[in-house]
Design a protein around this ligand. Structure first.
Ligand code: HEC
Length: 196
C-alpha cells in the first residue's frame, strides 16, 4: 500500500511540475516519434538487407560491394521519399566508409555516448530518442555488427581483391577491423515540425 501511494505521489508530482495537459501532449508526441522511428528504420533495414542478400547470392562480395557503393545511398533516398512529410532517414557512423555518413552536430556526441556505454559492457537499448527542440526529435537505432557477413567488408578483410576495390573507392575508409558485436553506427530518423 505504501509503495502504491508513493508511486501515485511521484506521478502526480511530475504532472504538476509540467502541467498535466502538457505532459499528456508530450507523452503522445513521444509515443508517435517511437512509432514513426521504428517503422522507418525497419523499412530502411529491410530494403538494404534484402538487396544486399540478393547481390551477395548472385555474385559474392564483389557484386555486393558494387551494390553497397552504388545503390545504398540511392535506396536510402527512395526510402526517404516513402516517409511522411517532415520525416527523414540516414545512417551515421564515427568510423564511416562514405563521408556522407558522418554524424552531424550533436549526433556525434550521441554516438560517442553509445560507444562509451558499449565499452562499459552496457547492453545497448534498441532505440533512443533525442528532443532537439520543441518540434524536432531524432530517433536513433544503434547498429551492431551482428552477422558474420558484415565482417566480409567491415572486418579484417581477407579477400585481397575485395580489399583493393574498397580502398580504391573509399581512400579514407575508416570502416574496417570491426569485430562481432561492435557498435557500427546508427540509423537516425529525424522527425521535424512534429505537431500531432
Ligand atoms: C559487400 C560489402 C559489404 C557488406 C557485406 C556490408 N557492408 Fe556495410 N558498407 C559497405 C559499403 C561499400 C559502404 C559505403 C556505402 C556508401 O557509399 O554509401 C557501407 C556502409 C555501411 C554503413 C554506413 C556508414 C558508413 O560507414 O558509411 C553502415 C552502418 C554499414 N555499412 C553497416 C553494415 C552492417 C551492419 C553489415 C552487415 C549486416 C554490413 N554493413 C555489411 C559494404 C558492405
Amino acid at each position: 500500500m505504501n509503495i502504491l501511494k508513493s508511486i501515485g505521489f511521484i506521478t502526480l508530482g511530475s504532472s504538476l511540475l509540467l502541467g498535466a495537459p502538457q505532459q499528456a501532449k508530450q507523452d503522445k508526441q513521444f509515443q508517435n516519434v517511437i512509432k514513426i522511428g521504428k517503422k522507418s528504420s525497419l523499412l530502411l533495414l529491410k530494403t538494404l538487407g534484402s538487396n544486399m542478400k540478393k547481390n551477395m547470392k548472385a555474385g559474392g562480395p564483389m557484386k555486393a560491394l558494387d551494390f553497397c557503393s552504388q545503390e545504398a545511398y540511392t535506396l536510402t533516398e527512395i526510402v526517404n521519399k516513402k516517409l511522411p512529410k517532415g520525416v527523414s532517414i540516414k545512417r551515421i557512423s564515427t568510423k564511416y566508409r562514405n563521408p556522407v555518413n558522418q554524424p552531424q552536430g550533436s549526433e556525434k556526441e550521441v554516438l560517442a555516448s553509445l560507444e562509451k556505454l558499449q565499452s562499459l559492457h552496457v547492453i545497448l537499448p534498441k532505440q533512443i530518442v533525442q528532443k532537439v527542440d520543441a518540434q524536432t526529435y531524432k530517433y536513433y537505432k544503434p547498429l551492431v555488427i551482428n552477422k558474420q557477413v558484415c565482417l566480409k567488408c567491415h572486418g579484417d578483410i581477407t579477400n585481397a581483391a575485395l580489399k583493393r576495390a574498397i580502398d580504391e573507392r573509399y581512400p579514407q575508409d575508416k570502416a574496417k577491423h570491426y569485430k562481432m558485436g561492435d557498435l557500427r553506427g546508427a540509423i537516425v530518423v529525424t522527425i521535424d515540425k512534429f505537431v500531432k
